[in-house]
Design a protein around this ligand. Structure first.
Ligand SMILES: Cc1ncc(COP(=O)(O)O)c(C=O)c1O
Length: 394
């Protein structure tokens, strides 16, 4: 069940909280490829940030105006970068290699580009994963020098350095390090810096109080506008969609584990409960009357006896989904697996056991999505042509 009202509310929270500072709030498309989700964020006034040509095409099909699209990526060809920049999308160049290929193109000038800066060395304790992409801070001038005399403006700087953060402290600390770097770059003759793109990296709304989220969006946008006079671009993925999607599952059995704890097997598979870094699934009873979106979501009605240890919820392959107090869990019960709207089913292959049927919630009403069984068959090559042969590559 995908709650589009919740998605819209997240966009609205972000946009409202930063006023009067200039921002572009975008949805990081890779966090959910569901078309109704894209429609919901667009209708609420968000742009979209994409990471590949395929995603760029999806964003256009979903009706996003080119000037509301932010195009990130890695290893892109000069041809596709040139086309995206000419369309008016915000294009963040990832490396000197990408720039070199862009400059080999027959460009329709003038154009604007941004540069992704690598956060390595700027902040202690940021996850190493995010130190790989981007132009090192000490090569930014070399990058800008390549634009001299070409009628290409350097219009922005982007970075993405965090995942699943519950507070804005890390972002703010990184800003303190990045602001002087961007400030120096703004003195370069090709620089006309309009925006700083701070990427995503905020935790699910289930784990952040709305007031806190609003506070740090505002603090970030205010810091950047105050120090550099620029617009802030947010690329929100998990924050907007993680807690907007639940799976309704059945407890297939409850079994003893060797350490005496209990395992409850659910009729789901990890293919749609992807163990993405920082995932934080929660199980609540289907009878839980009110969805509780604020931080400190109740443990659910599944927990009764506080003296009974946590139950380990596993999928049909035995992989752990989460562990939590659930003394009342019994075989046959229906439960909701919560907080799985981000990156579920996107980063992994299609599902071992078929795909779940979808429902969407909009304006307080539920309406059905399509059954995905047909797509499942096609994806795995089970569709046959009229001659009865597998329909491969046609
Ligand atoms: C460049 C960029 N922007 C935004 C995001 C979205 O991140 P999140 O889901 O943590 O908000 C990612 C995720 O990897 C990213 O790489």
């Amino acid at each position: 069940v995908v709650d589009l009202d919740r998605v819209r509310d997240g966009v609205s929270l972000a946009i409202r909280s930063v006023s009067p500072f200039p921002v572009l709030v975008t949805f990081a498309l890779k966090a959910s490829y569901l078309h109704p989700v894209l429609e919901a964020v667009r209708e609420e006034g968000a742009g979209v940030s994409v990471f590949s040509e395929l995603e760029l095409g999806l964003a256009r099909r979903a009706g996003f105006a080119d000037n509301s699209i932010v195009y990130n990526g890695c290893g892109r060809s000069g041809r596709e970068l040139a086309a995206a920049a000419a369309s008016g999308a915000t294009v963040n160049i990832e490396s000197l290699g990408e720039l070199a290929d862009l400059l080999r193109q027959d460009l329709r000038l003038p154009i604007e580009i941004g540069v992704r800066v690598n956060s390595r060395g700027l902040l202690d304790g940021a996850p190493e994963k995010y130190e790989v992409l981007g132009v090192p801070a000490d090569s930014l001038f070399e990058f800008a020098d390549l634009l001299i005399g070409r009628n290409i403006r350097l219009a922005g700087v982007s970075f993405h350095a965090f995942a699943n953060r519950r507070d804005g402290a890390g972002h703010l600390a990184l800003l303190q390090a990045i602001i002087p770097v961007v400030g120096r770059l703004s003195g370069h003759p090709v620089a006309d810096l309009q925006y700083v793109d701070v990427g995503g990296g905020f935790a699910s709304r289930m784990d952040i109080r709305d007031d806190d989220a609003a506070g740090f969006f505002r603090a970030i946008a205010g810091a950047l506008h105050g120090a550099l006079g620029v617009r802030t671009v947010f690329e929100l993925g998990r924050f907007l969609v993680a807690d907007a999607e639940d799976v309704v599952a059945r407890v297939l059995d409850v079994r003893e584990r060797s350490d005496g704890s209990r395992a409850a097997i659910l009729d789901v598979t990890t293919n749609y409960l992807i163990p993405a870094p920082g995932h934080d699934f929660r199980i609540v009873s289907c009878g839980t009357p009110e969805r509780e979106h604020d931080a400190g979501c109740p443990e659910s009605e599944l927990s009764g006896d506080a003296n009974v240890g946590p139950v380990v919820f596993v999928d049909r392959l035995g992989s752990e989904i989460c562990r939590q107090p659930a003394s009342r869990v019994t075989a046959g019960a229906n439960v909701l697996v919560r907080n799985l709207g981000a990156y579920a089913g996107v980063m992994k292959e299609m599902f071992v056991f078929g795909t779940p049927r979808q429902w969407f919630r909009k304006d307080g009403r539920l309406f059905p999505g399509v059954s995905q069984e047909i797509d499942f068959a096609a994806y795995h090559g089970w569709d046959t042509s009229e001659q009865g042969h597998p329909r491969l590559w046609t």
